[in-house]
Ligand binder design. Structure first.
Ligand code: G3H
Length: 464
């Protein structure tokens, strides 16, 4: 039992009374790497209770003091790079500090209104409004950014005066626990942050439907749709899947496009919600583009992450099986395989599929793996049509030297963000980030998240 990571509650690291643990499987070796506590529903109840109590006190803590603690946590996180991957930690530390700075600015301002601007009113009412916290925020980050997408919820929640309960993804839970230790070391009040690990079947619905939760911020896949159907009367922030299209016009700089397809489609082995998930290229430049991308795919290093490879095993066997299913379906329906399909365990070799057509699953579904489909189009309208026919609407990108066309295409694409001449991406982290349709609810980015995790409170002074 000694090697089971403890969970965090009431300012302490504890073992679950369940005596059970959840195994975290190493995607490369496919054996158990770590174990975390399998918390019980009773323990979740306790966490919720402390979060509620801690929040009341925290909301009364001066804003500048809250900011001070967040800056401290950011500094500690940056000092503790070793147990967590260095690159993730720097971005996350900066994100926390930015939340503290943005929070003191936007929450330090309120509004003052007078009544006589609305018809029929005299100047007899003064309205003072400011932002108040929602209460207890439940944060559920995904496996692919367990630290960064946790702090993108923790930072805004805490600066705004909320308490926070974190449910880490099982794959990625240990990185989350290390990160929580940094908040522990910073000296946040007891119960203000908790981190409960456990089986989704035991505590998943119990957490999301818990009456003590006042806001849910979730990033992940289909589970988000299920949560939004079950959650009660609480504000939801959801970042779900994407099928980000990359529209390539005839005048595009094809070297730039190829580099961005590699970066956008294959980095992190395609396991990003903002990955390039379908290339829609004008037929006249398709051959040239495919050739350039293939030359770059050939240079990608495939293997374990420990060897600093570009393409590494995907998160789970079921994920690799799903990717394989998409590849087989495309093969059966006549897609051109630019590379040979190859898989060993969870490791899937990078693959560009040319001549993909709308009847293939890969044209619509997100592989979350290193497979990028190319659909050849004969008009811009055809590209926009394919993009908008998707049930997703996260981001998209368009490559052209004609800025007027780029803007018109951006306006026509039904996605939360369109990048002109670069691959989709969430950052910088203060930019608004949102998905239309099945890609999400609400908007993220530091400022939007702080606002989303608050509510307006008004006091009206009635003059005699
Ligand atoms: O996987 C979803 C992330 O929000 C994508 O973030 O664009 O920084 O990779 P990223």
């Amino acid at each position: 039992e000694g090697d089971v990571f403890k969970y965090y509650t009431d300012g302490e690291w504890k073992k679950s009374a369940s005596g059970k643990s959840v195994a975290i499987i190493n995607p490369t070796t496919r054996t158990t790497q770590y174990k975390v506590q399998a918390c019980t529903q009773e323990e979740v109840n306790k966490v919720m209770e402390s979060a509620k109590i801690a929040q009341k006190q925290w909301a009364k803590t001066p804003l500048w003091k809250r900011a001070e603690l967040l800056h401290k946590a950011a500094a500690i996180l940056k000092e503790h790079k070793a147990p967590i991957a260095e690159c993730l930690v720097v971005r996350s530390g900066d994100l926390i500090s930015y939340c503290a700075e943005e929070g003191v600015r936007i929450l330090g301002e309120g509004k003052f209104l007078v009544s006589d601007s609305f018809p029929g009113n005299e100047r007899t009412k003064y309205c003072l409004s400011s932002k108040i916290p929602l209460g207890v925020v439940l944060a559920i980050p995904p496996f692919n950014y367990p630290v960064n997408l946790a702090v993108s919820k923790i930072g805004p929640a805490l600066i705004a005066g909320n308490s926070l309960v974190l449910k880490p993804p099982t794959q990625g839970a240990v990185a989350c626990l290390h990160m929580v230790q940094c908040f522990h070391l910073a000296g946040f009040p007891k119960g203000l942050i908790s981190c409960v690990t456990g089986k989704g079947s035991e505590i998943g619905d119990f957490l999301t439907m818990h009456p003590g939760v006042n806001c849910i911020s979730f990033t992940g896949g289909d589970t988000g749709v299920a949560i939004s159907k079950k959650a009660g009367m609480v504000p939801l922030q959801m970042e779900l899947g994407g099928k980000d299209a990359c529209i390539v016009l005839e005048d595009a700089d094809l070297d730039l496009v190829a580099a961005n397809i590699i970066k956008g489609g294959f980095s992190y082995s395609g396991q990003r919600c903002t990955a390039v998930k379908v290339v829609l290229v004008m037929e006249s430049v398709a051959d040239a583009l495919v050739e350039k991308v293939n030359a770059k795919v050939a240079k990608l290093k495939v293997g374990p992450p420990e060897d600093n490879c570009d393409i590494t095993p995907v998160v789970s066997e079921s994920s690799a099986n799903f990717i394989e299913g998409l590849a087989k379906d495309a093969k059966a329906k006549g897609a051109t395989f630019c590379q040979e399909y190859k898989r060993e365990g969870n490791l899937v070799w990078p693959l560009l599929l040319d001549n993909v057509r709308p009847d293939m699953r890969i044209a619509w579904e997100e592989p979350f793996g290193p497979i990028v489909p190319v659909i050849r189009i004969n008009s811009i309208e055809e590209g926009i049509h394919h993009c908008n026919a998707s049930n997703f609407g996260l981001q998209g990108c368009v490559f052209t030297k004609d800025i007027n066309k780029a803007i018109l295409i951006s306006d026509a694409m039904e996605t939360g963000t369109v990048q002109i001449n670069s691959a989709p991406a969430r950052g910088p982290d203060h930019f608004p980030f949102q998905g239309l349709k099945d890609s999400g609810i609400g908007s993220q980015g530091i400022t939007n998240s702080i606002n989303m995790m608050t509510k307006i409170k008004s006091t009206v002074i009635n003059l005699p």
